[in-house]
Design a protein around this ligand. Structure first.
Ligand SMILES: [Zn+2]
Length: 332
């Protein structure tokens, strides 16, 4: 090896160390400003709402609606005009059947349908079952319903799919427990299948993989979903719980939840990297940019890129932004 080649290799090695260091937060000053700056630098060229996690907490996040009013009469469901949305085919085998502000995803396989998140008890029939019908799919083929976490805006509709179609409902043990402790007069799914970290669910030709990502709730799960775009395979990473609206108790203060969240974001980021995931999905359209992406999808030409396919490096940055904003939150 010539001396120049050696110097070049050394420089490349150093660059790689610096890059991985900054990506993993090791060279970031451990201060609120340091972590916010690191997140902002990663978000500079990204269209991601995740950077708003770095804002100081003031306004409640989008996932507040489930906070139980124990013993209180539930308020009447909001008017349909406030939540009804059209279903959308997003990939060859992935469909959006959610509301305006809450996502439900349908994965079609050679042996039936898997629903990821079941939105509200009052909207599930119209949006999930009705949405599938509008798309030419049969809700009677729903075999599994994966619930990312036990908040009402994601778990509320599970009972309906369980009772009406005999679908199996999957949730982590911790969030089945959380559901059992949750008040409010909305119907709850009967305890069914339990998901653990690294577990797979195969239905026909499709295998989903689940990761335990506590933080948003004690047992939030995130999912890797294989999808196809005009026949080309991709992997979508569905982050199961995004907001920092933790349930804080003397035993489990805010720092406990932030630490769990940081670990989870890094755990899922590493799993996504290994799987080559290149799509970010959420269970709120506001977090994954679905409104703009669906509009772009509707106008997509034959040679246009798919608006949801952001690429593996971007997805890695997204989850690092979430972790860095959680680090800032922990220090506030
Ligand atoms: Zn939630």
């Amino acid at each position: 090896m010539t001396r120049n080649a050696f110097v070049m290799l050394l420089a490349l090695g150093l660059l790689a160390v610096m890059f991985s260091g900054s990506l993993r937060g090791q060279s970031v000053p451990d201060t609120v400003d340091g972590h916010v700056a690191a997140a902002k630098a990663l978000a500079a060229n990204e269209q991601t709402a995740l950077i708003t996690l770095c804002n100081p907490p003031a306004a409640p996040g989008p996932a507040r609606a489930n906070l139980p009013a124990r013993g209180a009469q539930p308020p009447a469901p909001p008017d349909r005009s406030r939540w009804a949305a059209e279903p959308v085919k997003v990939f060859d085998n992935l469909y959006y059947v959610g509301e305006k502000e809450y996502s439900a995803w349908a994965v079609t396989t050679s042996a039936g349908i898997i629903i990821i998140d079941a939105i509200y008890d009052y909207s599930v029939a119209d949006q999930v079952a009705g949405g599938l019908k509008k798309l030419g799919l049969d809700p009677a083929n729903i075999k599994y319903v994966v619930i990312s976490h036990a908040h009402r805006d994601h778990a509320g509709g599970a009972w309906y799919l369980q009772e009406r179609y005999g679908a199996h409902v999957l949730m982590s043990a911790d969030d089945w427990d959380l559901l059992g402790r949750t008040g409010g007069a909305w119907p709850k799914a009967k305890r069914d299948m339990t998901v653990i970290d690294g577990q797979q669910l195969t239905l026909g030709d499709t295998t989903l993989r689940f990761y335990s990502t506590p933080g948003h709730t004690p047992g939030t799960i995130s999912t890797l979903v294989p999808v196809k775009d005009r026949g080309t395979p991709h992997v979508a990473a569905l982050w199961g719980g995004t907001g920092f609206n933790f349930t804080i108790t003397p035993e489990k203060p805010a720092a406990y939840w932030y630490d769990a969240y940081i670990k989870s974001a890094e755990h899922f980021r590493d799993a996504a990297a290994k799987a080559g995931a290149d799509i970010f999905l959420s269970n709120h359209p506001s977090w994954d940019g679905s409104v703009a992406k669906m509009a772009a999808l509707a106008k997509r030409g034959p040679s246009d890129p798919h608006p949801y396919v952001i690429g593996a490096p971007s997805l890695q940055r997204y989850l690092t932004i979430a972790a860095e904003c959680a680090r800032a939150g922990r220090l506030r």
